[in-house]
Design a protein around this ligand. Structure first.
Ligand SMILES: [Zn+2]
Length: 157
């Protein structure tokens, strides 16, 4: 079972933004997590409000594998609950591809049937520079989504 469906209280899910805007700091947090767990895949959740990321939450990959991920169920539930309690939505599930391009694998597509609403963000570490891409995966259909990284406005000196 998925915690995502458990959160629905009879009403249709709110329309989700087709894109995700994320601050440089939160973007860097995802990349740092991916690098910390490499060569294994990392995974976690991105909280959002109105298509803007509000937080990055690491979860443990119970497989500790460079080829696949599955979020620790207890952490997954805890984080998801915290996101909902804060009034945010699950904007994205992120994980890393340490040896391949950041394109959803068939395993990812299969897993995504439990999570059709959030975007799927994949941090690719196959090259020197991380390549981060976002995807929407609904009913087995994969389409790329916009991931807009915003450099924070400098604070007035
Ligand atoms: Zn993957």
């Amino acid at each position: 079972m998925t915690t995502a469906s458990a959160s629905r209280s009879g009403s249709p899910p709110a329309a989700r933004s087709p894109s995700l805007r994320i601050s440089r700091a939160l973007f860097d947090e995802m990349v740092a997590h991916a690098r910390a767990d490499a060569p294994n895949e990392c995974c976690g959740m991105v909280a959002a409000r109105d298509g803007v990321a509000t937080g990055v939450h690491r979860t443990r990959n119970i497989h500790r594998s460079p080829l696949r991920f599955e979020m620790d169920p207890d952490e997954q539930l805890k984080v998801f609950q915290a996101i909902e309690d804060a009034g945010y939505e699950l904007g994205a599930i992120y994980h890393s591809h340490t040896r391949s391009a950041p394109i959803p694998s068939q395993t990812d597509v299969n897993l995504a049937k439990w999570w059709p609403e959030p975007l799927w963000v994949i941090v690719g570490l196959d090259n020197d520079e991380p390549d981060v891409r976002a995807w929407r995966i609904v009913d087995g259909t994969v389409s790329e989504a916009a991931l807009e990284v915003e450099d924070g406005a400098p604070v007035d000196a």
